[in-house]
Design a protein. Structure first.
Length: 118
């Protein structure tokens, strides 16, 4: 793994396994994230907002639309389609937050590597 490949992750912050991206849950973004995401995806801002987001329950953020399998709408077969623009919860996993279920965390390649180092 190289240290900064946008498709495969960043060796310090992500091992690129995409396990956490496929877990059911909510991914939130700040409201001002749509413009940069739309630019990155080569889309109209309104189309990007309509296709990928709903207003979060707190009404101060956006959340990704639900998918049939519960995973993140931005994860594809080759990994995160918006990796350079992923939100804080993605950038800081598993350092700032973790799923409590041992089975979930056992799927995270970076979490396993960190446990081996400890």
């Amino acid at each position: 793994m190289n240290g900064g490949d946008e498709r495969n992750g960043d060796a310090r912050y992500c091992a690129g396994c995409t396990a956490c991206c496929r877990w059911p849950g909510v991914v939130t973004f700040p409201a001002d994230a749509v413009g940069p995401l739309a630019d990155y995806l080569g889309m109209d801002e309104r189309a990007c907002a309509d296709l990928f987001f709903d207003i979060a329950d707190n009404r101060g953020q956006l959340r990704t639309k639900k998918t049939t399998d519960g995973g993140c709408i931005f994860v594809g077969e080759t990994g995160c389609r918006i990796y350079p623009h992923r939100p804080r919860q993605c950038r800081t996993f598993p350092y700032e937050w973790q799923r409590p279920e041992a089975a979930c965390m056992a799927q995270c390649a970076l979490h396993k590597a960190l446990k081996r180092r400890a």
